[in-house]
Ligand binder design. Structure first.
Ligand code: GLN
Length: 284
């Protein structure tokens, strides 16, 4: 991947951008031109319009060095969001790093389904990662209280940082699933790890080599965390409490069955924006 960028002094922004697109295309990065543009914008601070006004300007040596370092990292298939350090979710900007899953649009469906039920309520987010679900609910759902847990200390630090910079009030604590939970909640939300290891092997390098395995790996059949939640969640739900969980699009039937077998009365599988099964909604 390296070695293609050694002669870059004196080149225009446009030439640097063209070079970057070439490097990323050769590395088979999906959306090479878009990612090259985002990295250029990140380094120079230019919007698209600003860039068009200055595309023939020379890039400073310092910026060129930073830019091509990032391009090489992207060519090594490090996700764009880990390089720029941010991802938007529910219209809010989250800081991300390789200790947390990059928030996905699919997960916005989970938040959208839960939001109508959080006003004045006590909410718990299980496996909070970057904190994207808990923080969105704290900021958009007018809850009385939001608690959020994760097993990973590094994830909790990232989530705390996000809550702080967005001004959200969330209490974070470390717990292996529900083990350390003391309270009872009206709404429990979770996007637990749900991908079977055999499937992880076939995912894009960005995901399988760079996102935290512990946030992806749902055990042999991908259902380990749903099984545990089905057994343990009841103790932590207030009367009329409910549970919203993200699922893999082929897991609807099995997850629904797990919760029905555990004695939950009303279990529904709900779609995401593309019509795929994405959320299981359980009422206690
Ligand atoms: N809740 C976080 C998210 O949706 C992390 C999920 C996870 O670690 N599996 O991004």
């Amino acid at each position: 991947m390296n070695g293609q960028n050694d002669r870059t002094e004196g080149l225009s922004l446009k030439s640097h951008l063209d070079k970057a697109v070439k490097v990323l295309s050769q590395a088979e990065v999906p959306d090479a031109s878009i990612d090259a543009w985002y990295l250029l914008s990140y380094v120079t601070g230019y919007s698209r319009a600003g860039y068009l006004l200055h595309e023939n300007d020379e890039m400073s040596e310092r910026q060129a060095e930073q830019f091509h370092k990032l391009v090489d990292q992207r060519a090594d298939r490090i996700p764009l969001q880990y390089l720029t350090g941010e991802q938007e979710f529910m219209g809010l900007s989250f800081t991300v790093n390789d200790s947390v899953l990059i928030p996905r649009q699919d997960t916005e469906s989970l938040v959208e389904y839960a939001l109508p039920y959080t006003k004045g309520k006590k909410v718990l987010d299980v496996c909070t990662g970057s904190g994207c679900i808990a923080i969105s609910i704290a900021m958009l759902g007018e809850p009385e209280q939001v608690d959020a847990l994760d097993l990973s200390e590094a994830a909790l630090q990232t989530a705390k940082g996000n809550a702080e910079h967005l001004g959200a009030s969330v209490n974070f604590f470390r717990s292996d699933l529900l083990e350390q939970v003391k309270d009872k909640y009206d709404v429990i939300v979770s996007n637990p790890p749900y991908i079977p290891p055999t499937v992880i092997q076939g995912l894009m390098p960005e995901v399988k080599e760079h996102e935290p395995l512990m946030a992806l790996d749902g055990g042999d059949d991908g259902l380990v965390f749903y099984r545990r939640l089905a057994q343990e969640a009841k103790k932590y739900l207030l009367p009329e409490g409910m549970l919203f969980m993200e699922i893999g699009c082929e897991q609807g039937k099995q997850v629904k069955a797990l919760f029905e077998e555990a004695g939950f009365g009303k279990v529904q599988v709900l779609p995401d924006l593309t019509g795929k099964d994405r959320v299981v909604w359980v009422c206690g």
